[in-house]
Structures are given as C-alpha cells and as structure tokens.
Write a protein that binds this ligand. Structure first.
Ligand SMILES: [Zn+2]
Ligand SMILES: [Zn+2]
Length: 334
C-alpha cells in the first residue's frame, strides 16, 4: 500500500540489470524474483512473455494429434487428475489456506509437492491469494471476482498479470515458518518439470518392455502431463469464476458464491462454495449427506489411517444461521 511506483530495487534481480529478457527468463524458474517495479506495473493486461510457458502448456495438448491415445495414457491422465485435484482441494485449499485439520510435517510436505506439480504455483502463493479472496470476495479488492471484472478475468486472466505474481507473504506467515515450503513456493516449476520427465521416461520404458500397454514416452507426456494438467487447471478455476455466478445460494453471504452440484463433482466437493464462504473453517464443504464431497471422504479415510487429524466440523448452529430464506440468488446490496 502506498508503494506503487516506488522502485526499491534491492533484490538480486534488480542488481543483475534491467534487461527484460533476462529478468523474464529468471522469473520462469524463480517465483520470488518479482520486485516492486515489476508487480507495480499497473495494467490489467497479461504479461505475455512471462506466461509463455502457461500458453505452451495449453498448446501442447494439440500434440494428441500426433501421439494418439491408448487406455494406458487415458488412465494415467485420469489418475493424475484425481491425485492432484485432491492435493489442491484437501491441502492447498482446506489445509494451507484454511487450516481445517492437522497433519505431520512429512505429509504436509508431500501434499505440498503434489499440489505444486499441478502447475498452480506454490502453496504459499496459492494460500495467500485465497485468504485474500475470502477477506473481500466479490468486492473491489478481490483479485478474481467475475462480478467486478467478468468471467474470463476471474477464470484465468487475473493470474497472468504482473501484480498477481508475487506471493502475499504477510498473509501466510504461519506457512513461511517451514523452509521446505518456502523452497517449493519459490521454485514451483521444479515439480511439474520432474513429473513431465518421469512420465516421458515411464512411457518409453513401457514402450520398450511392456508393448501390450500400447503407449510411449511422448504419448504419456501429452496425456499424463499436458492434458491432465490443463483440465485440472480449468476445473479448479471454475470455483473462482462459475461458482460465483451459477448455482443456488443457501446462505446470505456478503459475496455471490453459489452451491453447484456439477462443479462439486468436477472439483471433489469445492462446488459447495456458498457453504464454504458461509463457514470456511470446516474441513467438510458438503454440509449435508446429499452434498457429495469427495475430498472430505478422502480426508475422513486419511484420518482413520492416522495421516491427518482434528478434522474441523460445522457447528450445528452454523448450519441454520444467515439463511437465504426466500431463495433469492443475488448477493445483499447488489
Ligand atoms: Zn470464492
Ligand atoms: Zn476457501
């Protein structure tokens, strides 16, 4: 606040010179290489050069034209969608952003690593932006409100702009206490690159030793990494975009959040977003038995196995407070 335009430039990035190309290349691998002179670029326009890898991620899906498909490749893509969606919803969201349960440092790291492989930047970056979203959802300061700046902005454009690249460290001091999480957050490109390389290697091994699997390195790379990751990204993004637009409102929250069964199925329970904005401290987002919440079922199982503990519940009084009695769908004051 109040520092827009001020270029302190004390970072090492500032010292290596002002060459835009060099700085962008550094930012492709080091998420913390964003000084104020960069983030204060005021426009709402994407930094196309910075987001080139993100564009390539999408374009690479077209590689399917050349590599074709196999049941093996589709199964690997689906499995990686499931595992990484769970890492995002259970850990990036319900654990790192909202602290709705507890776990050990080992599992915290493992799921942070899995979450990072989903190409949604690091756990501190994700949690900080999300905590900020809850502070001012659908208000002027919300970084991804479809009501303020439209569907496309809330879905994807916001995170391609310079201002969105910095981690809001002031909002995640609790997470920054762990050096291993800071490392993953700073070099969030590492896990995706390793995953892509592992998929290529596994595909080549299958091609050589298990020809009946009918796959290859390039095919597993396209399906397991590019297609799975792009679908996962857009599924996750629907919660920021569609789930603030389409669905029913049970609770009269100060934002425009909705409960939406289709989105809940797609995102393993995150579609009960109006419930979540009403009471974000619960590990469970489907408040009633008929509100399918796959992430919560997974967490429940992990609690039985001793991997997580202290899953926070919804107090009974919260279930029936601040109801939208007439079923009205507009947010108060809108
Ligand atoms: Zn929201
Ligand atoms: Zn949340």
């Amino acid at each position: 606040m109040g520092s827009v335009g001020r270029n302190t430039d004390r970072s090492w990035l500032g010292r290596i010179g002002r060459n835009r190309l060099v700085q962008t290349l550094v930012r492709w691998v080091d998420d913390e290489a964003v000084d104020e002179s960069y983030t204060a670029r005021t426009t709402d326009r994407p930094d196309w050069f910075r987001v080139l890898p993100f564009l390539v991620l999408h374009l690479a899906c077209l590689g399917v034209i050349w590599v074709g498909w196999s049941w093996t490749a589709v199964a690997v893509a689906a499995a990686l969608y499931v595992v990484r969606m769970f890492a995002i919803t259970a850990f990036y969201h319900r654990y790192f952003s909202h602290r709705t349960f507890r776990t050990s440092r080992f599992w915290q790291f493992l799921f942070a690593l899995l979450g990072t492989s989903a190409v949604q930047r690091g756990p501190l970056w994700w949690a900080a932006h999300h905590r900020h979203h809850h502070k001012c959802a659908d208000k002027e300061d919300d970084v991804h409100s479809p009501l303020e700046k439209g569907f496309l902005w809330s879905h994807v454009t916001w995170l391609t702009t310079p201002a969105a690249f910095r981690t809001r460290h002031a909002l995640v001091k609790d997470l920054a206490a762990y050096p291993e999480l800071r490392f993953l957050n700073r070099f969030s490109v590492l896990a995706p690159v390793l995953l892509a390389a592992a998929l290529f290697g596994a595909g080549e091994l299958l091609r050589g030793f298990v020809p009946a699997a009918g796959t290859s390195g390039p095919q597993l790379l396209i399906w397991g990494f590019f297609i799975s990751t792009v679908v996962l990204f857009h599924a996750t993004s629907t919660i920021n975009s569609l789930d603030h637009l389409v669905g029913r409102r049970r609770y009269a929250t100060a934002d425009n959040s909705r409960n939406n069964l289709l989105l809940a199925l797609l995102t393993f329970g995150e579609g009960w977003h109006n419930n979540h904005h009403h009471y974000a401290a619960s590990a469970r987002q489907g408040f009633f038995w008929w509100e399918v919440d796959l992430t919560y079922y997974g967490l429940w199982l992990m609690a039985r196995l001793g991997i997580v503990r202290d899953l926070r519940r919804v107090p009974a009084r919260v279930l029936t407070s601040n109801l939208v009695s007439d079923g009205a769908s507009r947010r108060p004051g809108a």
